[in-house]
Design a binder for this molecule. Sequence first.
Ligand code: PBG
Length: 329
Amino acid sequence: MSFPENRPRRLRRSEALRRMVRETTLSVDNLMFPLFVCPGKGVRREIASLPGQFHLSVDQLPREAEAVASLGIPAVMLFGLPERKDAVGSEAWHPEGIVQRAIRAIKKAVPDLVVATDCCFCEYTTHGHCGVILDKNGSMVDNDATLENLGRAAVAQAQAGADLVAPSGMMDGMIGFLRETLDESEHPDVILLSYAAKYASAFYGPFREAVASAPSFGDRRGYQMDVANIREAIREVALDVEEGADIVMVKPALPCLDVISEVRREFDVPVAAYNVSGEYAMLKLAGEKGLLDYDRSMMETLISIRRAGADLVVTYHAKEAARLLTGKV
Ligand code: PBG
């Protein structure tokens, strides 16, 4: 009888040993929690497509921000449901726009909580596209006209007190343009987190339901990336890093673990990944049906995104994960 010479199982014999040789860690420090801000007063309404997530009116945000901060989560990412939509999405840059009011409310209540803002127009336009429409039939978004408006929105967010602006529209030149615009408007300290490699993914479905931003015609494939491409993702990230992105993001996360890992290898800036609405909903619903152990599959998902190379994970699981990580209820 010959016995195996190599015995990797030696290192798995107890939890203490497994802890000693664990290669990847997940901490609350790695998490960013998305929040959906809606009009009205006293509104805290569960989102049908995202069970466990809520539409919150501005007056509810101080309490929510305190809850997030007390779990040790360092940052929130804000999305707005505007009072009114129009063809260009002008509420996105109005000083009293929904997100601008939300930023001020959170910063007043919990100044140390990092406030990041999604900077895009699909929630604000009547047609649901991420910018100014050039040609209705081709559903083409006018790149350069959209940049001008993105600049307005970024400055409005910075003026309201955002620490970090995250343009998500996949317009060419958006990072360079926004860096220059923010610097010229005396906001050189505002961080740019670029949705640098954002794919035209089916996994955004529940989010679009949550913010009513599904395009009313056409789709987003004229600006978001083809899911079949990875070299193109590297090119997109390289441009954004060159243009001054402080953090680059890959989105979605689970279908793009290879992209995250390649971006991590190629670049030195912090890398974020967006664990999107469809990824969250899959686990949530399977957990509710008893098909998956929700807590374990959530933690496995988050650690796998970290293992692929993401420093930061934007995730709807953030509060639940933080409770498990810190033992707080
Ligand atoms: C665009 C934006 C989207 C998401 C984040 N920012 C939607 C889209 O591109 O259609 C999706 C996030 C998610 O699915 O959780 N403003």
